[in-house]
Design a protein around this ligand. Structure first.
Ligand SMILES: [Zn+2]
Ligand SMILES: [Zn+2]
Length: 534
C-alpha cells in the first residue's frame, strides 16, 4: 500500500501542466449549468471536470458502503463464519483501494481534474503550476475517498470484532480508528512526500536562476532533502505517537542484547496499534537519532526471547548497513535513470514515437512507470535478500556458542556480537516469524505480491532458516552470494552513471550530433529478473 500511494503521490506532485478536459466533459458541465439556469458558459469545463471527478469518488465510496452492509448482514446470520468474512473483508479493502486508484487516474488523465485544481478556470487559460500546496489540492479526491473508506469500513471491522472471542472488550471509536489510519499512512508516506515537495517546491521559491547559479539551487535542494532524511526518526516518532518502552524486565533484556551485539540506538519505542499489528522496525542512520520500534501486539503475544529475536532482526539491518546501501542504491539508480532519459531523448528517433511534447503529463509517465517497475523488480529483489540477512542476524542474536544445543536455560550465555548460530536460536526466530504471520492474518505461503515483494513469504523465509539448520554451509554460501550481488549492483550502476555522463557530455560537445552512444538496452540489473520467479 505505501508503495502504490508513493507512486501516486509522485505522479500528482510532478511539476507538470495537466491537460484541460476533453470537449464532452465541457459539454456535460455546460449542460448542468444551463439546467441550473446559470449563464456562465465558459465555466463548463471546470464544472464538468469537478463534478465528474467527485461523482467517481462518490461511486467508490458507495461501493465501500454496500460491502459493509452486506458483510454485517451476513455476519449477523452466520457468526460462525467470521474468519472467512475477515479474509473477504481484507480482499474487499484492497479492491476498494484499486477502484479508488482507477477513478483517480481517470480524473487526472481523462477528466482534467489536475487542470481544474491548478486553477484552470476556462479552457485555454494558461495558468502555470506555481503555487506550493497545489499538490494537496490535486490529491484531494483521492485523500477524501481514502478517509471516507476508513470511516465506512470501521462499521464492518467493529462487527467483526464483536463477533470475535475478544468481542467483550470495547472496540475503539470511529474517530480513534480514522486517526490511527491517518497517522500510519502519514508516517510511511509523509517523509518521501516531504522530500518530493522540498525538491519540487524549493526552486519555485528561489528567484529565477541564471545558468551558472543553477548549481547553487541544486545544492540547497539537496541539503534540504538530506536534512529531512536525517530527521526522519523524529518525524516518525511524532506522527505515530511513539512512546519509550516502559522500564521493566523486557526493556532491560533488550538493552542488554543491544550491548551484547554492540548496537547503539537512542531509544526503544512502543507503537500502540490497539492490538492491531504485530511488527517491528528500525529507523535512523546515525546512532544518536535511531529508534527500534515494536508494536504493542508483538510485545504482548510473543515470549521475551522471541521479542529479543525480532529485536535482533532489526539490529541486523543496521549491522549489515542496509539503510545506507538502500540510499546509495536509490540515488545511483535515479541518476542513471535521469541520464538514460536524456540520452534517449537526444538519440532516439522521436518522429517514430508518438509526439508527447505537447502533453507534459503523459511525457513524464514513461519515466515514472519505468521507475516504478525498476523499484518493484530490482529493489524488491535486493530487499528480499537483505531481509534474509537480517533474519539470520535475528537467529544469531539469541544463539549460544554450541551449534547443536537443545535449549537455553534462563541466563544461558549468548554469544557477543552475534558470533554464534545455534539450533535454539534458529528455532526461536522461526517461532517469532510464524507468529508474525499468524497475528497479522497474513497467509503463510500465499500472501499476495503486495505483501511479499519486499519481504518474501514467511514460508520461504522459514524454509531457508531450516536449510541453514541442517546445512551450516548454506549460510556462508548465501552471505557470499548476497555480498557479490550487492557490490555488483552498486559497481554496475556507478559505471553506467559515469559512462552515460561522460559519453553524453562528449556527445554534446561533438561536432557530429547523433553520433553518440546508443542507449544501453540492458539495465544493470541483469540476473535480478531471472530470480524473481522464486
Ligand atoms: Zn526487516
Ligand atoms: Zn544455543
Amino acid at each position: 500500500m505505501p508503495f502504490l500511494l508513493l507512486l501516486l503521490l509522485t505522479v500528482a506532485c510532478l511539476p507538470v501542466k495537466w491537460p484541460a478536459p476533453p470537449d464532452w466533459v465541457e459539454s456535460f458541465g455546460s449542460l448542468v449549468l444551463s439546467i441550473l439556469g446559470i449563464d456562465t458558459p465558459n465555466r463548463g469545463a471546470f464544472l464538468g471536470s469537478t463534478m465528474l471527478t467527485w461523482l467517481g469518488v462518490a461511486l467508490v465510496t458507495a461501493m465501500a458502503l454496500a460491502w459493509t452492509w452486506h458483510l454485517r448482514f451476513r455476519l449477523a446470520r452466520q457468526p460462525e463464519r467470521r474468519n472467512r468474512f475477515l479474509h473477504e473483508h481484507a480482499a474487499w479493502r484492497f479492491y476498494h483501494l484499486i477502484g479508488l486508484f482507477i477513478v483517480y487516474g481517470c480524473a487526472l488523465y481523462v477528466l482534467g481534474w489536475g487542470w481544474a485544481a491548478q486553477g484552470g478556470a476556462t479552457k485555454g487559460s494558461a495558468e502555470s503550476p506555481g503555487v506550493l500546496g497545489t499538490e494537496l489540492f490535486i490529491l484531494a479526491p483521492f485523500l477524501v475517498g481514502l478517509v471516507l473508506a476508513w470511516a465506512i469500513f470501521y462499521d464492518a471491522e467493529r462487527a467483526l470484532h464483536d463477533a470475535s472471542p475478544a468481542g467483550a472488550t470495547p472496540y475503539w471509536s470511529r474517530g480513534a480508528c480514522i486517526l490511527f489510519h491517518a497517522r500510519q499512512n502519514l508516517a510511511l508516506v509523509f517523509i518521501p512526500v516531504l522530500l518530493l515537495l522540498t525538491v519540487n517546491g524549493l526552486p519555485r521559491l528561489l528567484p529565477e536562476q541564471e545558468d551558472g547559479s543553477q548549481f547553487l539551487a541544486s545544492g540547497i535542494t539537496l541539503a534540504a532533502a538530506l536534512l529531512v532524511f536525517v530527521c526522519m526518526p523524529w518525524t516518525i516518532r511524532l506522527v505515530l505517537g511513539l512512546k519509550p518502552m516502559p522500564y521493566g524486565p523486557l526493556r532491560d533484556r533488550l538493552l542488554a542484547a543491544a550491548q551484547r551485539l554492540h548496537f547503539r540506538c537512542s531509544n526503544i519505542l512502543m507503537w500502540n496499534t490497539r492490538g492491531g499489528v504485530a511488527n517491528a522496525m528500525v529507523v535512523g542512520i546515525v546512532p544518536f537519532l535511531r529508534y527500534v520500534v515494536l508494536t504493542d501486539r508483538l510485545v504482548s503475544e510473543m515470549t521475551p526471547s522471541e521479542v529479543e529475536a525480532v529485536f535482533g532482526h532489526e539490529v541486523g539491518h543496521i549491522k549489515h548497513r542496509h539503510m545506507i546501501y538502500y540510499l546509495a542504491f536509490l540515488l545511483l539508480s535515479l541518476g542513471v535513470l535521469a541520464e538514460l532519459e536524456m540520452v534517449i531523448r537526444e538519440n532516439a528517433n522521436w518522429h517514430s514515437l508518438p509526439d508527447l511534447s505537447s502533453r507534459q503529463d503523459l511525457a513524464v509517465l514513461p519515466m515514472v512507470a519505468s521507475l516504478g517497475a525498476y523499484i518493484f523488480l530490482v529493489f524488491g529483489f535486493l530487499s528480499r535478500r537483505c531481509e534474509r540477512q537480517a533474519d539470520i542476524f535475528g537467529c544469531r542474536a539469541v544463539s549460544c556458542a554450541q551449534r547443536d544445543c537443545v535449549g537455553h536455560e534462563d541466563g544461558a550465555a549468548l554469544t557477543p556480537r552475534g558470533h554464534g548460530l545455534c539450533a535454539t536460536g534458529i528455532h526461536t526466530f522461526i517461532n517469532a516469524l510464524e507468529k508474525v504471520a499468524y497475528l497479522n492474518g497474513i497467509s503463510r505461503d500465499r500472501p499476495g505480491w503486495l505483501q511479499s515483494w519486499q519481504h518474501s513469504t514467511i514460508a520461504r523465509r522459514v524454509a531457508f532458516l531450516q536449510r541453514v539448520l541442517v546445512d551450516p554451509a548454506a549460510e556462508s554460501r548465501f552471505q557470499r552470494a548476497v555480498g557479490l550481488v550487492k557490490w555488483a549492483l552498486l559497481l554496475g550502476l556507478g559505471t553506467l552513471l559515469l559512462f552515460l555522463g561522460v559519453s553524453w557530455g562528449w556527445d554534446a560537445l561533438s561536432p557530429f550530433p547523433n553520433s553518440g552512444p546508443q542507449a544501453p538496452v540492458s539495465a544493470p540489473d541483469t540476473g535480478a529478473r531471472t530470480d524473481l520467479s522464486e
